[in-house]
Design a protein around this ligand. Structure first.
Ligand code: 13P
Length: 252
């Protein structure tokens, strides 16, 4: 059966001492926090991955990166390869976040190549999808998400797909304080699972964790996670405070 996952996407936040402080707080609080079967993941900026992975051995969270290059290695200034990430002893990497799609013009084809890079290096991709407000207002959300999933992921074999985590993040809900209703989240998650079932069969679909992201906080996590197809969250702002992040992780 699929895992419950709560992942924190720190985005471009925290200087070194603030990052160190947050990781220490998490480690300390986790000693007395029961997360049940929920897998906790933190995705700090790349500069702090080592800081986080050094601590993750002794405590209860896994570490992910926020992005990866679509290329192997070579003359790509500023980029980080999957090979480098693999060497940092991390487990996950976010790809196709809407901020990368919007500000760095990432396409579904590039996202597909990033997914391939990660799988080649035994890292589990957390693949983001989601529509912008105009698309939802035009009732195009299903069409948009289907294109992102099909073009970004459906070149994989069923065996490869078993390592994929999906995050549905409606762009209009990210950092806006405007959360999708539990019904909107469930409707889209069930739709995504039906696409996976159609392509790879019911077993693969049942085993795929589909996370919700977009203004998820302690006050709304319970009602979102209560839905049968919502398997956890990809948390932005609220993952920057240890208490809020852990409260969300305890919302199943
Ligand atoms: P917020 O939780 O800040 O809305 O961000 C969600 C997100 O983009 C996580 O990847």
């Amino acid at each position: 059966m699929r895992k419950h996952i709560v992942a924190g996407n720190w985005k471009m936040n925290k200087n070194f001492s603030e990052a160190d402080d947050l990781i220490n707080q998490l480690v300390e609080k986790l000693e007395s926090t029961d997360l049940g079967d929920t897998q906790l993941i933190i995705c700090p900026p790349a500069l702090y991955i080592e800081l986080a992975s050094d601590q993750s051995d002794e405590s209860y969270f896994m570490v992910g990166a926020q992005d990866v290059s679509e290329h192997d290695n070579g003359a790509y200034t500023g980029e980080i390869s999957a090979d480098m990430l693999e060497n940092m002893a991390i487990d996950y990497c976010i790809v196709g976040h809407s901020e990368r799609r919007a500000y760095h013009h990432e396409t579904d084809e590039q996202i597909a190549r990033k997914v391939d890079q990660l799988l080649k290096h035994d890292l589990r991709p957390i693949v983001c999808c989601g529509e912008v407000l105009e698309e939802r207002e035009a009732n195009k959300q299903f069409e948009v998400v289907k294109r992102q999933i099909v073009d970004g992921l459906f070149h994989l074999t069923a065996e490869q797909f078993a390592d994929i985590v999906i995050a549905y993040e409606p762009v209009w809900a990210i950092g806006t304080g405007k959360t999708a209703t539990p019904e909107q989240a469930q409707e889209m998650h069930a739709y995504i699972r039906s696409l996976i079932a159609e392509k790879y069969g019911a077993e693969v679909a049942d085993n795929t964790s589909i996370l919700y992201g977009g203004s998820c906080k302690p006050s709304n996590a319970k009602e979102l996670f209560a839905n049968p197809d919502v398997d956890g969250g990809l948390i932005g702002g609220a993952s920057l405070k240890a208490d809020d992040f852990l409260a969300i992780a305890q919302s199943f």
